[in-house]
Design a protein around this ligand. Structure first.
Ligand code: ARG
Ligand code: ZN
Length: 420
């Protein structure tokens, strides 16, 4: 059975007409666990029956946007369940339009002393960028530092886009390694923006970096899901998955963070190709997952840290997510997480929280974080949920990019120091 929204989404896939969210509301619904106990999966019902788009689901609340036409019916459903919705936004399209305006008002990137050493490309952090600009920035970093930087094209997506990783190292054979990725989820634009900023922070001042930074091998992949990212820029701002076709359905896309080979068939993902958390037809069924896991498996020697950037929620979480158990050295991960939280508070004033994943985000299998720990034995594994806490959600206005990216850099710096 397909509802209107899914039928519409299908038509859109064919025509590539931009999806609009005029007068769609963003709701925050508390206490869904009570309804769950009565066997009513609130998020799933709102998604499937009322065409809702789940933004975030955790142990405390559910954030979901509902189209204008379905608002009344969805309200009645909540009333019947004795649930209340706090309206976070009365018009999701207005958020999206504002985000865009904020960006085009941004002036040209600052020039100055920093541009001498830094990559002087069209890159800046006053707005979000398309994939080509990000890839051009990566190429530019490589050509500026040919002796220590290597640029890999590790594979291609379903739509034929390249998957690119940079390696920065003065001694790849001996140094301990840290992996950083972004853009697993298409709509979380702040993630690639943050990961490119981390790259910039590293390279604009490489010679003067402390030993715990210069003495590491850095692997950096700003956009793990290029097809989804471009689709979220051109057609549907709230798209989450990749864009690979399914054999059993007209719905496209797999949730890459449910596609990794760890607790894959367990909780927290869907077998329905139309769902936003569709786990795929098998573990690592997706090109993105497959090439990243193969690339990392080959380089697991000395791999000490795996950092993956998402939004939103302002959290620094560590394994496990696929089961309600902590890793053996959880106290170490908690301590390093706390240090990052404190440093962020000092730097930008933002409040982050560090915790074990399943406790704050619920149980979900197939995540890249758990996989790197379980399959490769990486010690410092963190998923960073960047800003904000629900005011704008994924549609974070460009004026917040710099400070948020600085928060992301602070986590990377803190983990690098912990590796030692
Ligand atoms: N928001 C992220 C997601 O849903 C959180 C990832 C946490 N880790 C995990 N393995 N579920 O993918
Ligand atoms: Zn995400």
């Amino acid at each position: 059975i397909m509802n209107n929204t899914q039928a519409m989404a299908m038509a859109l896939d064919v025509n590539e007409i931009p999806q609009r969210y005029d007068e769609a509301q963003l709701w925050r619904i508390y206490n869904i666990s009570e309804a769950m106990q009565r066997q009513v999966p609130v998020g799933q019902v709102l998604e499937q029956k009322f065409g809702g788009n789940i933004w975030k689901e955790n142990s405390k609340f559910l954030d979901i946007s509902i189209g204008k036409e379905q608002l009344k019916a969805a309200r009645s459903f909540l009333d019947a369940q004795r649930l209340d919705a706090q309206v976070l936004s009365e018009n999701v399209q207005a958020l999206i339009d504002e985000e865009h305006l904020d960006g085009i008002n941004a002036t040209a990137p600052e020039q100055g002393q920093r541009s001498k050493k830094a990559a002087r490309s069209s890159m800046h952090w006053k707005d979000y960028h398309d994939l080509e600009t990000i890839y051009a920035f990566m190429r530019e970093i490589r050509s500026k530092f040919p002796n220590i930087v290597r640029l890999y094209t590790i594979g291609q997506t379903a739509e034929g886009r390249d998957l690119k990783v940079l390696r920065i190292s003065e001694n790849p054979r001996e140094y301990k390694k840290i992996w950083i990725d972004g853009g697993i989820h298409a709509r979380e634009w702040i993630s690639p923006a943050t990961v490119t900023f981390i790259l910039y922070q590293l390279m604009s001042n490489w010679e003067n970096q402390p030993a715990h930074i210069r003495g590491l091998t850095w692997y950096i992949m700003p956009v793990m899901n290029p097809d989804g990212y471009e689709y979220s820029r051109t057609t549907n701002r709230l798209w989450r998955k990749n864009r690979s076709p399914s054999r059993r359905s007209n719905c496209l896309g797999v949730d890459l963070n449910r596609n990794f080979d760890i607790g894959w068939a367990g909780y927290g993902s869907s077998t329905n190709p139309c769902s936003d958390t569709y786990r795929g037809s098998s573990p690592a069924s997706e090109a993105e997952t497959k090439v990243v896991t193969e690339f990392l498996a080959k380089r697991k020697y000395n791999l000490e840290a795996y950092l993956t950037y998402h939004s939103y929620g302002q959290m620094i979480v560590y394994p496990w997510a696929y089961k309600a158990v902590k890793v053996k050295d959880a106290s170490v991960l908690q301590r390093v997480g706390n240090t990052a939280v404190q440093r962020i508070a000092q730097k930008t004033g933002s409040t982050y929280q560090s915790a074990v994943t399943h406790e704050v985000l619920g149980i979900a299998g197939g995540g890249s974080d758990d996989w790197s720990r379980a399959a490769l034995g990486v010690k410092y594994v963190y998923t960073v949920e960047l800003r904000d806490r629900g005011t704008y959600g994924f549609v974070l206005p460009p004026k917040f990019i710099k400070d948020t990216a600085l928060e992301g850099w602070t986590v990377a710096e803190t983990v690098a120091q912990a590796i030692g």
